[in-house]
Design a protein around this ligand. Structure first.
Ligand code: MG
Length: 319
């Protein structure tokens, strides 16, 4: 039978053991925390859907910071507001939460194709957007979606419009950029009437003809590097049948930001080689990336962005 003295002896040994183990653990975790603290993670706020402003935006932004993020890329700009909040109010709440707004996604609301008929409307949109985004303090304004492009000439014209947008942004001290999905890996021919889908694997052009270029290549080649940069969504690049590492290396000076994205939570699908992606990206001197989760219907988006931040914080290839 255990007497009181034996019990105390054992309890004390256990406590010492526990303290000792704890000592090592807390030292190790302090080191890990320090290296984690130096990582600057970015989040595309679209990832949170309506949860960002529940119960209110101030609380949502503080939760983003607690999840491990420091940089933001916004979504939802419309006529002087980000979602429901006027830009100046959004900026103040982000500052209060300790978040830096680096970038913002926005698209001119022009239906159909870009043309000489709507170019002035598009320019007016970017002029107003530049004013509003200076109140947000962003470095980048990024167009995230593809205007209609059926031919090489269509995409080249869109490139001209991007140059015009880039010039307007530049005059206001902001860098313009473009973000891809998978449709930018469709191919376009001169005088074509529809894209050749990226989904056709192993496509070969008719004999004697060159491989038609992808929309993304045409955009990169028809825009001025001083006016238009590219934000590569690495997940959509893979879904478009391409290797993001090859693109990051081939267009090292043009692709200056990344969307770090997986099917859902980062690292869960196993299909994304984030290590090679980050290594290539850093090797060209770039730093800004934004985590994105595109399905926002779970009701648990904060859990998803937290799990994604934890994945990056635990990955030694993220600096
Ligand atoms: Mg994206």
């Amino acid at each position: 039978m255990t007497n009181r003295r034996d019990f105390l002896k054992r309890a004390s040994a256990l406590t010492l053991g526990a303290l000792f183990v704890d000592g090592i653990t807390s030292e190790a975790s302090a080191a890990t925390r320090n290296s984690m603290a130096s990582k600057i993670l970015g989040l595309q706020t679209y990832s949170l859907g309506p949860e960002l402003s529940q119960p209110d935006l101030a609380t949502g932004l503080k939760k983003v910071k607690e999840c491990g993020y420091t940089n933001l890329e916004l979504a939802g700009y419309r006529e002087g507001n980000i979602g429901q909040a006027p830009v100046a109010e959004f900026k103040k709440l982000a500052d209060d939460a300790g978040l830096t707004i680096i970038s913002s996604h926005l698209t001119p609301s022009v239906r159909g194709q870009y043309s000489k008929d709507n170019i002035e409307q598009i320019k007016d949109f970017w002029k107003k957007a530049t004013e509003d985004h200076n109140k947000l303090g962003v470095k980048y304004m990024v167009q995230p979606s593809l205007p209609q492009c059926n031919s090489l000439e269509d995409a080249q014209y869109v490139g001209e419009v991007f140059n015009a947008a880039g010039e307007i942004a530049k005059q206001g001290g902001i860098q313009f950029g473009y973000h891809n999905h998978n449709y930018e890996f469709n191919r376009l021919t001169a005088g074509g009437t529809e894209p050749i889908s990226f989904a056709i694997r192993g496509y070969r052009p008719p004999q004697g003809q060159e491989m038609p270029k992808t929309v993304e290549e045409i955009f990169i080649e028809s825009t001025d590097p001083s006016k238009v940069i590219f934000e590569l969504d690495v997940y959509w690049t893979v879904m478009g049948g391409q290797d993001p590492v090859e693109w990051i290396n081939k267009y090292a000076n043009r692709i200056q930001m990344l969307h770090i994205k997986d099917r859902l939570v980062l690292g869960d699908s196993g299909m994304m080689n984030f290590k090679n992606i980050f290594n290539a990206f850093y090797s060209h001197g770039h730093q800004y990336f934004f985590v994105e989760i595109e399905d926002t219907r779970s009701g648990k988006q904060f859990d998803r962005i937290k799990a994604s931040a934890d994945f990056l914080l635990a990955s030694d290839f993220v600096k």
